[in-house]
Design a protein around this ligand. Structure first.
Ligand code: ZN
Length: 176
């Protein structure tokens, strides 16, 4: 896999008029000198669920898709446009695990860079402690291939590629 680049290095032509006069204007935006189109590479919102089982272990999932296919992740995903973080996490957990949410409490957030299709997607990953409606009969679906449980202190960080997820785990361990 080629290394993901900052979007400033990848976006060469104006997406509005097709001009080559697309210039960097600040460290995270590009402006077209021809038509005035101005685009900011803003942070995408994402959500993650911290789900404990009755043994005090947390749920991690195996990624079924690139990037980091086969590696560990917290359940969750990207927030859709015009969706709240809470609704997003409820939707993602239904898609990935097939169950609803009984209760969720905000825990913390960390920034991340998510390599996708050759560019770095900047994200803000918001973690919630979640109680599911049911912990039995969970089925890995959508973009995950397995559901596993680990004591927070026993997770192999080499298997958890996202820096934001490493940081969430670190904060969990500080709190326990
Ligand atoms: Zn233009």
């Amino acid at each position: 896999m080629t290394e993901a680049k900052h979007p400033n290095q990848v976006f060469k032509y104006c997406p509005s008029c097709g001009s080559t006069q697309l210039r960097q204007s600040g460290d995270r935006s590009k402006k077209c000198l021809h038509c005035g189109f101005h685009y900011f590479f803003n942070t995408s919102a994402a959500v993650a669920a911290i789900i404990f089982n009755e043994e005090g272990k947390i749920m991690l999932t195996r990624r079924a898709i690139e990037p980091h296919k086969g590696m560990l992740d917290f359940p969750g995903g990207f927030v859709d446009p015009m969706e709240s973080a809470e609704d997003s996490l409820t939707r993602e957990l239904k898609e990935e695990l097939g169950t609803g949410v009984k209760k969720m409490d905000y825990f913390c957030s960390f920034p991340n860079m998510y390599p996708f299709a050759g560019i770095q997607v900047f994200t803000l990953d918001m973690a919630f402690v979640v109680e599911l409606e049911s912990m039995t009969g969970l089925t890995p679906m959508d973009d995950i291939s397995a559901i596993e449980f680990y004591h927070p202190s026993e997770v192999n960080l080499d298997e958890l590629p996202a820096q934001s997820m490493k940081n969430i785990l670190k904060k969990l361990n500080e709190h326990s």
